[in-house]
Design a protein around this ligand. Structure first.
Ligand SMILES: *Cc1c(COP(=O)(O)O)cnc(C)c1O
Length: 358
């Protein structure tokens, strides 16, 4: 049986969270002299002299509208990476006590965050088809497994994880299943954010960094039961999202139709680019993608990577990543950028076949 209280670290269970001036007085008043701010203003055209809303309610209400999830089920942080780190800090006892499970090849931050927090990592590689190894997962999980990270669509492979396999985990694992949906906007698959009432052990992460084009703002979202969101709020830094970011994100959310148009274009470009890449002799395989990038198996990833960087085109070399030997990960850019990449690759000649001048 899933029991959130028994999953929590004891220090977090006992924790009395920081109480800010904004927590202690929430009404409207005329004179605010409770937070040691500078009442004169800011040396800027816009005033930032007051501490921001610690729980970002305005932004959450707007996101709730767009996502169809109640605002109380949303956590906002400084990128998804903050949500990942908070999960470790709230649930995982360090020093070899608790463990978490990841399914490589996948997003690198789960492992880095485990290492920063000194939490044991268990890796259960994806199958050759980049799907979950259910038997391997069953063997890896024990009573001290607190979190399983499932990235879908997965980075760097680009595919979605079978929904029925994720449901199997949600129904049978008594820890928390974290589904990282950073690329969900580019996917044919349905998001899990509508399933929060179904699964008390579900955390879904999304971000404004990819489809929304706001990577520099650093806005990550986690969707979960109110009980789990309350734990995030208890452990996070009191003012984890600054006022400027909250305001800019709020503005950006007015432009859903622009973002949806970009998503349509990127998906079209992704399919065009995949087809074009498949024609090239140095491309062995273009893996099907539900994301805004494609994983491409090549005859010589290192040599092609260097060839492209010499021409000012930077892709991600994934040659050293398990199950990704020979692979480059290529983000879908603008049509002009994509054309530049394909044109450059058309002129590529493998080292051994270069003609030697007479
Ligand atoms: C890019 C990415 C993120 C986004 O991280 P942010 O900190 O929100 O920018 C999260 N998960 C995966 C798998 C990603 O590839």
């Amino acid at each position: 049986m899933f029991n959130l209280d028994s999953l929590l670290r004891n220090n977090i269970k006992r924790l009395v969270p920081y109480s800010s001036a904004r927590d202690e007085f929430k009404g409207e008043a005329t004179v605010y002299i409770d937070a040691n701010e500078n009442g004169f203003g800011s040396p800027l055209p816009v005033n930032y002299n007051r501490y921001p809303d610690p729980l970002q309610w305005k932004l959450k209400y707007k996101l709730a509208d767009i996502k169809g999830v109640p605002p109380q089920n949303i956590f906002l942080g400084n990128g998804s990476d903050e949500a990942i780190d908070l999960l470790f800090r709230a649930f995982c006892n360090p020093g070899g006590v608790d463990n978490v499970v990841i399914c490589p090849p996948t997003y690198g931050m789960y492992e880095v965050s485990a290492n920063i927090n000194d939490v044991t990592l268990r890796s259960v590689s994806l199958t050759e088809n980049f799907q979950l190894d259910i038997e391997g997962l069953q063997q890896a999980i024990d009573e001290n497994t607190k979190l399983i990270f499932v990235c879908s669509p997965n980075n760097p492979t680009g595919n979605s994880i079978n929904r029925s396999d994720i449901e199997l985990l949600l129904n049978n694992f008594d820890g928390i299943v974290v589904i990282d949906e950073a690329y969900i906007n580019f996917s044919r698959q349905k998001s899990f954010i509508q399933e929060l009432t179904e699964y008390p052990n579900l955390v879904v992460m999304q971000t404004l960094s990819k489809a929304w084009g706001l990577a520099a703002l650093r806005v990550g979202m986690a969707f979960a039961s109110e009980d789990i969101i309350n734990i995030f709020n208890k452990v996070k830094a009191p003012y984890n999202m600054n006022q400027a970011t909250q305001e800019l994100a709020l503005q950006a959310l007015d432009n859903v139709s622009q973002v949806n148009e970009w998503i349509r274009e990127i998906v079209i470009e992704r399919d065009l680019m995949s087809a074009a890449l498949e024609q090239l002799p140095q491309v062995l395989q273009v893996y099907p993608s539900d994301a805004n990038f494609v994983l491409v198996k090549t005859t010589d990833a290192n040599s092609i990577y260097k060839y492209l960087t010499d021409r000012g085109i930077i892709v991600r070399n994934r040659n050293k990543v398990e199950l990704c030997q020979g692979c480059l990960r290529i983000t879908i850019g603008t049509p002009e950028e994509n054309l530049q990449l394909v044109d450059a690759l058309k002129s590529y000649q493998p080292e051994t076949e270069k003609t030697v001048p007479a």
